[in-house]
Every structure is written in structure tokens, then in C-alpha cells.
Design a protein around this ligand. Structure first.
Ligand code: GLN
Length: 496
């Protein structure tokens, strides 16, 4: 056991007790990164000196008697879509290469205030569009379980960093599944908080009505501690929710599902998924019953229309959000040699700076929003969104949480779906409904598929502002399975 194997909760306690310094903990993780990064490729930006400086500053604050949070001194890998004033922020796009934001995102600022130490910025699909991190303009990230496979996406750098013990914690964003899906396929915990529960200020926008920052960790309690650190009302985000919420840390410690009503979504528990995924899911259902939960089947027929609705709404919003990358204000500028008009420079820059998936979405979204087609596409998709939200509401009158597998399959091979957008989009079939309705949803490991020995995730969905229920159920599953697995699922991962 070395420092890299400790949980964030343990590291925070050890640092607070003076048993180890934040600088030593950061150093151990930086060493691990130096060892495995050539194989994993989770980080776009690492700066050993800046990280150690942050850690020494935390040690000094603690020595001066400053009261910091329970994660003070704990290292974290930060998705490169959050603005960081001391590190580049690219969203894995060439159009933002070399950009240094003049400010910190709210999530970044809260991490720093609580004394977390940022190890670097993690890889992602360009502007968070994708499910495999293959759409990064810079590099591939490899799944630590099998380096020939994807780590999921879009937050694949963040999931791979935690699964390979480069960091105990990381941040992600979930617009259609980008935290839960990578968590599931790398065997870790990932949580999409209620939309509006965590701030979008300083997060490079993809689809503003869906984008939700959330935590990755190796344990449910660690994820809860991280969520509690950076979430909560932010006046800088117009859709931030200003309401009291139950403590997710308490819920993670509670881990008791006796008497809870749990609904299995019929449409997401049948054929269509990989047999090994369904087998682990069905075992998780039995496990929850044996722990005293009352499991019933619930039908949500409109959920199957969520994917097409999402692929109209998200591209529509992205086509508007990405209009700001105009080569004039910041980022890349191509062909500005004094002979060309501003429009020509814009066109050249956007043609060179955006990758194929981003262009596909901008074209789709622009079309869906164009006059004459708006009602037929965007308008219709918004109606579907309302129907899905109502179906969730009706279901949550019957049950406390809904469950399904997180993804239809385990991690797929790098390259397998790269040329087939539809196949790629299907990775988020089960996660997207919760983004459209804004409710809370978590992925927690529930075992390995028999066919390929790769991790399977259990998705737990709770009502808006019911994040605590995801943590309660997630912690119960974790506790029960840990005693079976011994040392958690990652103990079974082949060593890197
Ligand atoms: N894979 C989905 C997409 O490509 C979701 C991405 C996300 O949640 N950021 O849009």
C-alpha cells in the first residue's frame, strides 16, 4: 500500500492529522503519473512545479491553523474544460490551443479554496462531444483495464486518471452521459448531480441546458465529499439552484436501502445490452432485494426517444455556443495576413480549428434551428423532452430511485466506432434521459462481464435534488459487493 492506493477521505484525514504532507501526497501521485502516463495518456497538461507549489501552499495554510475542508491537500485531476487561470484550457480543441483563461471556473475556485491540489488537466472529446475520448484533437487516452480499449468519454482522461491510480479524484462534465459512461467502463464511481446543482460558470459550454459538472472517485464516499466541495448555489450561473439540499456525504455514510422502493426500467433491462452487462445488472437487482429494498418493474416507454431528441437539442445549443470561436476575441487565428476580410479569417480558422465531430454537430444544430425546420426538429425535440420529464415524475411517485445498466456494453476497442457516429451515440442510450429531465444519476461498479472481464456499471437515477438517494443506494451496493470482491473492483484490474 502506498499513498496512491489510499482513498481521498483517508488522505484528507492523514494530512489533517499531520501524518503526511500535501506535498508528499502530490509527489507520490506525480511519480505515478510519470510512470503510467506514457501508456494511459490521461493528461493534456501536467506541470510538476505548479502542482508542488500548490501543495506546499496548502501545507503552509494548514500549519498556520487555517480551517480547510476535509479534502485539503488531496490531489485532483481536472477536466480540461474548466477554466484555470494558471494552466491552459483547451477543451481538447485546436481552436483553443495555448489559451490561458484570465479567470477560474467556479468549480476550480471552490477546489482551490478547499485546499485540493490540481495535478493537471485531463483529456476529453473535443468540446465534450463524444463517448470515447477519441475526438480529442491532441491524443488518445487508453483504458487502464485494457490499453487497446477506450476509457469512455467525453471525460475519458478523468476516468482513466482515477482508474489508474494517478489521482484519487477527478472532475467531469455530463451533458449526455460523459461522467457516468466513462465511470462505468473504467470500473469507478461517477455522479451527474441534479442540473443546476453544480455551477457552469467558467465551464466551456457545449449544451447549456444539459451541461453538469460532477465528480469521479474510486469510492462512493469520496465522490460525495468531492461533490459537496464544489457544488451548491452560484450567483454567477443563471440556472444554478438556490435551495437547501440533503447532505450527500451523510447519505454515502448511511448506505442503507432497507425499505426503499427501487424501480427497474423495463425498456432498459432487456435485450439490446451485452449479455455480461445484463447478468451483472440482474445480480445487482437481487442484491438490492436481499438488502431489504422493494424492487418493482417500471415502464418508461418514451425513454427510447431520448437519444434522437438529445441529438437535436444538444447540437442546436452547441451551434449557438460555439459561434463565439470567431478567431477575433481569443484562440486560434488562421490566414490573417492583411489581405483577407474578417469573414474569410473566421471561415479559415473554424475550418482548421474544429474537428469533424464538432463540425457535424454545428451543421446539424444550425439546420435544426433554421427557419422552416425549427418546429419540425428543435420544437419537436423539446416536446419529447417534456414527455420524458413527466415520465420520470410519474415514476418517482411510485419509487424512490430507478435503476438500469449504465451502458449497453463494456469498453469497446479503440477505433471500433470512430467512423460510425450512430454506434458511438448509442453508448449513451441509458444515460441521456436523466440529462433531458435534469435529475440526479450515478454510476457505481457492479462487477465484470463474463465475456471480456471488463467493468460493468449500475446506474442509479433519483429525482431532481434527490442526489442523496443515489449516494445511499450506491454506497449500499458498494459495501455489499466489496465484501465479495475484497478491496474493491479495481483490485481485480490487471496491473499497469
Ligand atoms: N456522448 C454524448 C455526446 O457525444 C454525451 C457527451 C457529454 O455528456 N458531454 O454528446
Amino acid at each position: 500500500m502506498s499513498l496512491i492506493h489510499n482513498t481521498a477521505a483517508e488522505l484528507g484525514a492523514m494530512i489533517a492529522a499531520g501524518e503526511v504532507s500535501a506535498a508528499e501526497v502530490a509527489g507520490a501521485h506525480l511519480d505515478r503519473m510519470a510512470e503510467v502516463e506514457p501508456k494511459v495518456g490521461a493528461f493534456l497538461h501536467v506541470d510538476r512545479e505548479t502542482t508542488l507549489e500548490q501543495a506546499r501552499a496548502v501545507d503552509a495554510r494548514l500549519q498556520a491553523g487555517e480551517k480547510l475542508g476535509p479534502l485539503a491537500g488531496v490531489p485532483i485531476a481536472h477536466k480540461d474544460i474548466f477554466a484555470t487561470r494558471d494552466m491552459p484550457t483547451t477543451a481538447a480543441s485546436k481552436i483553443l490551443e495555448g489559451w490561458h483563461p484570465p479567470y477560474d471556473a467556479t468549480v476550480t475556485r471552490r477546489l482551490r479554496e478547499a485546499g485540493l491540489v490540481i495535478l493537471g488537466k485531463t483529456n476529453l472529446d473535443e468540446f465534450a462531444m463524444g463517448s470515447s475520448t477519441e475526438n480529442s484533437a491532441y491524443q488518445l487516452t487508453h483504458n487502464p483495464w485494457d490499453l487497446t480499449r477506450v476509457p469512455g468519454g467525453s471525460s475519458g482522461g478523468s476516468s482513466a486518471a482515477v482508474a489508474s491510480y494517478e489521482a484519487p479524484l477527478s472532475t467531469g462534465t455530463d451533458t449526455g452521459g460523459s461522467i457516468r459512461q466513462p465511470a462505468a467502463v473504467t470500473g469507478i464511481v461517477g455522479m451527474k448531480p441534479t442540473y443546476g446543482g453544480s455551477s457552469r460558470y467558467g465551464l466551456i459550454a457545449f449544451a447549456s441546458s444539459l451541461d453538469t459538472p460532477g465528480p469521479f472517485a474510486r469510492t462512493v464516499l469520496d465522490a460525495a465529499m468531492l461533490q459537496e466541495t464544489f457544488s451548491g448555489y452560484d450567483p454567477m450561473d443563471s440556472t444554478s439552484i438556490d435551495a437547501p439540499v440533503p447532505s450527500v456525504v451523510e447519505a454515502a455514510r448511511n448506505a442503507d436501502v432497507s425499505g426503499m422502493r427501487i424501480g427497474v426500467i423495463r425498456e432498459f433491462a432487456g435485450e439490446g445490452a451485452q449479455p455480461g452487462v445484463l447478468a451483472r445488472f440482474n445480480e445487482a437487482v437481487q442484491l438490492l432485494e436481499s438488502l431489504g429494498a422493494k424492487v418493482v418493474e417500471v415502464s418508461c416507454p418514451s425513454f427510447e426517444t431520448a437519444l434522437p431528441a438529445y441529438y437535436l437539442i444538444a447540437p442546436s445549443e452547441c451551434s449557438s455556443n460555439l459561434a463565439r470561436f470567431d478567431a477575433m476575441r481569443y484562440g486560434l487565428r488562421v490566414g490573417d495576413d492583411g489581405t483577407r476580410s474578417a469573414e474569410e479569417v473566421m471561415a479559415l480558422t473554424r475550418a482548421a480549428g474544429f474537428g469533424p465531430e464538432v463540425k457535424r454537430r454545428i451543421m446539424l444544430g444550425t439546420y435544426a434551428l433554421s427557419s422552416g425546420y425549427y418546429d419540425a426538429y428543435y420544437g419537436q425535440a423539446q416536446k419529447v423532452r417534456t414527455v420524458i420529464s413527466r415520465e420520470f415524475e410519474a415514476a418517482f411517485h411510485q419509487v424512490d430511485v430507478l435503476i438500469s445498466p449504465t451502458t449497453p456494453t463494456t469498453a469497446f476497442p479503440i477505433g471500433e466506432r470512430a467512423d460510425d457516429p450512430m454506434a458511438m451515440y448509442l453508448a449513451d442510450l441509458y444515460t441521456i434521459p436523466s440529462n433531458l429531465s435534469g435529475n440526479a444519476a450515478m454510476s457505481v461498479p457492479c462487477g465484470l462481464a463474463d465475456e471480456d472481464g471488463l467493468p460493468v456499471g449500475l446506474q442509479i437515477m433519483a429525482p431532481v435534488l434527490g442526489d442523496d438517494r443515489c449516494y445511499r443506494v450506491g454506497a449500499a451496493v458498494e459495501k455489499a459487493l466489496e465484501s465479495r470482491w475484497g478491496g474493491g473492483l479495481l483490485a481485480k484490474a490487471p496491473a499497469l
